[in-house]
Design a protein around this ligand. Structure first.
Ligand code: AMP
Length: 600
């Protein structure tokens, strides 16, 4: 019999019972949710345009078209510019989220409102309730690597920032964290600091001061956790000095952070000495997290999709601490909660919450028909036929379509998911990939997932010589005839980092190894279109370009300068030609190039 877990103002077992009720009758809940969204927004310009007589799913699907962000952008931009008539929602939109837009190189504007905050809290509480059954946290603190993006006012006076920033700023966020008994160990001044490098340093410092209380280590995306502990490797001595003397390092210049940290710091030479000894005793920083935080119960964050490549490093830092993938959502709204926290991250699934939006699923085979058209950014001519939430089939892949409470109607999110099973009558989805991240030259089509698998295979060869792929991305290079794929790798190996493009001193063994990696990358794209195009030389040899250490940090800094938040950052896995800045950073930092000889 499971012990009942009371969590302050909400009871997690009761929460699970409510979730059970919702999911047992997912079809009815979906109909009611759609009805509510449509009735609330009946008088908007957008919905009026489609002249719906009814609010049932069939009428909705027959009257309202499927759209992409491009189709809705003119409406959103009018809201951003300050028009107050009901355009997409009846209640005026006062906040805008900036979604990452890392591929195209410019963030997208997405409407944000209180309902999205509410659904965020519902998702957090749902997955927490299930986690809490396995790992009950008690009166602890969380080391949360969370950061705010720059917030600004749009021309029309709306507050704009990333969706995570909008959530962290809401009073509900803090209440929810408190009710889960794992408030963030850092003060708000650190979370909302003006510079994420300074915030990161102070997150680490706050956690070390509270090391015995830390029960959870988390971030929105796993990349931030890996980045944070890589940073720890560089700054641990400074952190120990600060703890020993009770004085904050001068690298922290933001007055708000300095004032807040001064209240927390006091000289503690014993703690500083203990942390120093722990750091010196570790081999290659293995098990760093449990050594620093002996009462940590798990590491938590989104670990699927484009975060999977960071799992190896995360496991290294976490040792035997469980890694739990969090939930599935986007700036456009949440979709599902991880209700099986015992599954390893690679197998995580997300149970869709049927009351947080109305969801449709385009069978992938059908959606592929119009992929070309959508890439041309023209309106879809062949209208795919999505199915409803409860009509999806186990084992099938779908593109997900969202209708939410913040003015998005039949919006193609661009994600591909696979149905792995059902929780009651709601599907459990596995994230497969972003649909538009396609390496494509000829008849080939390789997705983000295909790229990830290729890098994983070649990365294994490199790992034999203790060379680690720190991060990677790709481009399609059409400046050669025929065009070819280019994969960029940043490596952590010291010998590689000494490389200079004009240096004759290249270690031959490593060059040979990286040539092998390049061939392996080329051979690992098993898509029939790619293989046949390579064989007839309609696609040129794949190129591996090694970039200087720190290149991906520069790319990250570039996105943050543009208004992205570190919390929401995802390395672009394929850089489009319009992303001139990132292309420039990559090409300025190349130190070695290899061409595949895999196809002769
Ligand atoms: P953003 O544009 O910053 O709002 O990021 C949203 C995107 O992040 C989603 O559309 C997905 O592609 C990705 N994402 C969010 N949650 C997950 C997850 N649990 N697993 C994999 N990818 C995710």
């Amino acid at each position: 019999m499971l012990e009942k877990k009371m969590v302050d103002d909400f009871d997690s077992e009761e929460f699970i019972q409510e979730f059970d009720l919702l999911t047992k009758d997912a079809e009815r809940v979906q109909k009611e949710t759609l009805k509510k969204i449509l009735e609330d927004n009946r008088d908007t310009e957008y919905l009026q345009k489609w002249r719906m007589e009814n609010t049932d799913p069939e009428t909705y699907r027959n009257c309202v078209p499927l759209v992409t962000h491009n189709d809705l952008e003119p409406y959103i931009l009018r809201i951003v510019d300050g028009e107050t008539t009901p355009i997409l929602t009846n209640k005026p939109i006062t906040t805008i989220s900036l979604s990452s837009g890392t591929t195209q190189g410019r963030p997208k504007f997405v409407p944000f409102n209180d309902e999205l905050v509410d659904t965020t809290m519902q998702i957090y509480k749902t997955s927490f309730s299930f986690r809490n059954r396995l790992f009950p946290v008690r009166n602890g603190k969380a080391l949360q690597f969370i950061y705010s993006s720059k917030q600004f006012k749009t021309k029309g006076g709306l507050a704009a920032g990333t969706a995570t920033t909008n959530v962290y700023r809401s009073p509900q966020f803090k209440n929810t964290m408190n009710s889960m008994q794992t408030p963030c160990c850092s003060p708000d001044e650190v979370i909302f600091g003006p510079d994420f490098h300074q915030s990161l340093y102070c997150h680490l410092l706050c956690a070390l001061i509270n090391r015995d209380e830390i029960q959870v280590i988390s971030s929105t995306f796993a990349h931030s956790i890996v980045h944070a502990f890589r940073t720890f490797e560089q700054v641990w001595e400074d952190l120990c000095t600060d703890i020993r003397d009770g004085v904050l390092n001068s690298r922290i210049t933001a007055p708000s952070i300095r004032t807040a940290m001064a209240k927390l710091l006091e000289p503690n030479p014993e703690l500083a000495e203990m942390i120093k000894n722990k750091c010196l005793s570790l081999t290659d920083w293995y098990r760093l997290i449990p050594e620093l935080f002996p009462n940590a119960m798990y590491v938590y964050g989104i670990m699927t999709g484009s975060m999977e490549p960071y799992l190896k490093k995360l496991r290294h830092y976490a040792g035997d601490l469980p890694l739990l993938s969090s939930d599935y959502g986007s700036s456009e709204g949440w979709i599902g909660a991880n209700v099986n926290p015992n599954l390893p991250p690679e197998r995580s699934t997300y149970a869709v919450l049927p009351n947080i939006g109305y969801f449709e699923f385009i069978p992938l085979k059908e959606s592929a028909v119009d992929v070309k058209k959508q890439e041309d950014e023209s309106f879809l001519c062949v209208e795919p036929k999505p199915v409803g939430l409860t009509d999806v089939k186990v084992g099938e892949e779908y593109e997900i379509v969202v209708t939410n409470f913040a003015g998005l109607y039949r919006y193609r999110l661009g994600d591909v998911v696979k149905v792995m099973g059902f929780y009651n009558s709601t599907p459990e989805l596995q994230f497969v990939c972003r649909r538009n991240l396609v390496l494509n030259i000829n008849i080939d089509k390789n997705t983000e997932k295909d790229l990830q698998l290729a890098v994983e295979a070649a990365g294994k060869l490199a790992a034999k010589e203790r060379i680690e792929v720190v991060d990677f991305t790709s481009i399609v290079d059409m400046s050669t005839d025929p065009g070819h794929y280019v994969i960029f790798w940043e490596l952590n190996n010291e010998i590689i980092n000494k490389y200079n493009i004009d240096d004759d001193n290249n270690d031959e063994g490593i060059s040979r190894l990286l040539s092998e990696c390049c061939n392996c990358l080329d051979k690992s794209f098993v898509d029939a279109g790619y293989v046949s195009s390579r064989k007839v030389r309609a696609i040129g040899p794949l190129e591996l370009r090694v970039v200087k250490r720190g290149t991906f940090q520069k790319i990250l800094d570039h996105f943050i300068g543009q208004g992205s938040a570190f919390s929401q950052y995802k390395t672009p896995r394929c850089v489009g030609p319009s992303n001139v800045h990132v292309l420039q950073i990559l090409s300025n930092n190349v130190v070695e190039k290899y061409f595949s000889t895999a196809f002769g």
